[in-house]
Design a protein. Structure first.
Length: 169
């Protein structure tokens, strides 16, 4: 039994992409990221947007390929990826829909990312940052990340929207 756990851990490690280097920003620099944040702020003036009602909807439709919807699971120690657009697949090199957030990063970066997601859910204040990934087997790439709060379909708990906007594509 112990050996199986070790094999699973090694496989999870190999399935993760290279960790990004992050730099926090005050506001988005990517034009589509700025439009998403502006739309989210407008929509959330009266109430938080709701997955399944507001997302997707006509105003958010143009951003869907850039979005990942994540649901907190396991007593908020991880997140399950519910929706992952084409840009998300490009970023991770595979379809990550239904994957756990912990599968995508090293333990240290995963903990930092979970802390940011929780903070956004708690405060409703977006977090924006630039990320650069330097893979061992290819050229580096950069993207901007937008973390937003959204209500779950049952409108009882908060989930997150993660927007990824490629900078060198």
């Amino acid at each position: 039994m112990r050996r199986k756990a070790a094999i699973t851990s090694v496989l999870t490690l190999f399935s993760a992409s290279a960790d990004p280097y992050y730099q926090i920003r005050e506001e988005p620099s990517h034009p589509m990221a700025a439009e998403l944040v502006a739309l989210w702020r407008e929509e959330s003036r009266t109430r938080d947007p709701v997955v399944g009602k507001d997302i997707p909807s006509r105003p958010f439709a143009r951003f869907l390929s850039h979005l990942m919807i994540v649901e907190p699971v396991e007593d908020d120690t991880d997140c399950k990826i519910r929706i992952a657009g084409d840009v998300i697949r490009k970023r991770y090199g595979r379809d990550v829909k239904d994957a756990q957030f912990s599968e995508l990063f090293s333990p240290a970066v995963f903990r930092d990312n979970m802390m940011r997601l929780r903070e956004v859910r708690r405060t409703g204040v977006p977090i924006i940052f630039d990320a650069t990934v330097i893979p061992d087997d290819g050229p580096s790439f950069s993207y901007e990340v937008v973390l937003l709060r959204v209500l779950s379909p049952d409108e009882r708990t908060y989930w997150n929207i993660v927007g990824i906007f490629m900078l060198d594509a």
